[in-house]
Design a protein around this ligand. Structure first.
Ligand SMILES: NC(=O)C1=CN([C@@H]2O[C@H](COP(=O)(O)OP(=O)(O)OC[C@H]3O[C@@H](n4cnc5c(N)ncnc54)[C@H](OP(=O)(O)O)[C@@H]3O)[C@@H](O)[C@H]2O)C=CC1
Ligand SMILES: N[C@@H](CCO)C(=O)O
Length: 434
């Protein structure tokens, strides 16, 4: 066996602890698989006194994580702190500049600075691996880089945030409320340090921007992702969707067109029975359409200690085996500049929910407003009073229409005195039917 791969782990939270545990439990097998042992020589976190339930053996403790980036006895810095800026960014930049390999689970960092960091890694001939940054335990980056290399990718559709999928599933199956379930997701180690990144769709957008870059050979373009989170989804919406034969999921969709790439993250109604509707709890799924392979769907746990640490370890084993690949599949000089496709996406059906005053003629006005925008209605449901306000929740499912028509219909509705508040509009997607 050649000499050990010496690693420094920065961050001993949910993911860092998972990495230490796997390295202890699978030490011999990993050494055999990689051809050399993987040894933790140093660790860093904020609070040395915190009980973490792990044994770091003879590894030294560094109060200052940046010391890992310059230490002579470290070959790989494993960054598991998080955040697009601050210590995490400084640590990764310094490590790469010092010719050290980097493994990270930090999607915010890669989505914002991935290309600059990749250039740095390429110049130094070292690896920048980030399998854990997208879809937790699903090896989607390896799949795109290796298994699907022969394909021109047409679209990538995913459920990419475990916290949101867990919240939506719990709301559906137990009727519990949003805030309550979010607390659970935090306690289980699924949520980001700032959970508004999860529920606001930003975390899924970070991951989508990375996947779109890998899939379509363009530089990461996080700024072009249209983002909408799940904050406005109520238990009533989930119930209505179920009545119509759908589930509500936070989808992340990237599609290639002649003009560039369309990237969007938003809640969507997906048909029950489709692959994406079946993905529940903390699970993620990524559906890739390639010109040769057709549709491929990968599903697995998208967050949490074990699945995420599993992905970190796969990156470490690659480095221990001597594999150093361009971080974005092709060298950065081969990546095309970002190009945002015209917005609007394909025609789609829509779910529309709002409260309307219950008086003679109000429904006629509402349906006229939709018709004037060329939006045709497939189903209407009206339910009992919202308290004693005299308003009733009304839900429409439309036939397929252009997004521009839907926007126009919404503008008309907002002008009607009988419509209270801003209607909730959710796209209906097919959930990647085969
Ligand atoms: N949790 C998950 O399921 C997943 C997380 N990720 C990503 O992995 C990364 C880590 O996430 P996670 O483990 O959940 O985060 P945690 O919040 O659980 O852990 C963060 C760790 O970083 C340490 N830390 C914070 N600031 C510093 C600093 N200045 N110097 C040294 N250490 C510091 C903390 O120290 P201390 O413990 O002392 O406070 C803690 O150990 C993030 O980028 C996240 O987005 C990716 C996929 C899944
Ligand atoms: N907060 C993220 C962690 C995994 O990236 C999620 O819930 O999916």
């Amino acid at each position: 066996m050649t000499k050990p791969l010496r690693i420094g782990v920065a961050g001993l939270g949910t993911v860092g602890v998972g990495v230490v545990k796997i390295l202890a439990a699978r030490r011999e097998f990993l050494a055999a698989a990689a051809g050399r042992s993987i040894d933790i020589v140093a660790v860093s976190a904020r609070n040395k006194a915190k009980a973490r339930g792990i044994d770091i053996g003879s590894a030294r403790w560094e109060d200052d994580a940046l010391k890992l980036a310059t230490a002579d006895d470290i070959d790989v810095v494993v960054e598991l702190i998080g955040g697009a800026e601050g210590v995490a960014r400084a640590l990764v930049e310094t490590a790469l500049a010092n010719g050290k390999h980097v493994v990270t689970a930090n999607k915010a960092l890669i989505a914002h600075h991935g290309i600059a960091l990749a250039k740095l890694a390429e110049n130094k001939g070292v690896a920048l691996n980030y399998e854990a940054a997208v879809a937790g335990g699903i090896p989607i980056i390896k799949a795109l880089r290796e298994g699907l290399a022969a394909n021109e990718i047409e679209s990538v559709t995913g459920i990419l945030n475990g916290t949101c999928n867990y919240i939506l599933t719990e709301m559906e199956t137990t009727g519990r409320d949003f805030a309550d379930v979010l607390k659970d997701a935090q306690a289980l180690g699924y949520a980001e340090a700032d959970p508004s990144f999860d529920v606001g769709g930003i975390d899924a957008a970070h991951k989508l921007a990375i996947l779109a870059s890998l899939a379509f050979g363009r530089e990461v373009d996080f700024g072009s992702v249209n983002i909408e989170g799940i904050e406005k989804i109520t238990a009533a919406d989930i119930k209505f969707a179920k009545e119509f034969g759908y589930k509500i999921k936070l989808l992340a969709i990237a599609t290639k067109s002649d003009g560039g790439v369309e990237q969007r993250v938003h809640p969507a109604l997906v048909a029950e029975g489709s692959p994406l509707a079946a993905v529940s709890g903390v699970f993620n799924a990524v559906a890739v359409r390639g010109d040769r392979v057709g549709l491929l769907v990968l599903e697995g746990r998208g967050a949490g200690e074990g699945p995420t640490a599993s992905a970190v370890l796969s990156d470490l084993v690659d480095i221990a085996r001597g594999l150093v690949m361009p971080p974005f599949i092709v060298p950065t000089s081969h990546l095309k500049a970002p190009a945002k496709a015209a917005e609007g996406g394909p025609e789609s059906a829509y779910y529309l929910r709002f409260n309307a005053v219950d008086r003679a003629g109000s429904m006629a006005e509402i349906t006229r407003a939709l018709a004037n925008a060329s939006v045709s209605i497939e189903r209407i449901v009206q339910r009992g009073d919202e308290g004693d306000t005299g308003r009733k929740p009304v839900v429409f499912v439309t036939h397929k229409t252009q997004e521009s028509s839907m926007r126009q219909a919404l503008a008309h509705l907002l002008k009607l005195v009988d419509v209270a508040g801003t209607p909730l509009v959710i796209r209906i997607e097919d959930g990647e039917s085969r």
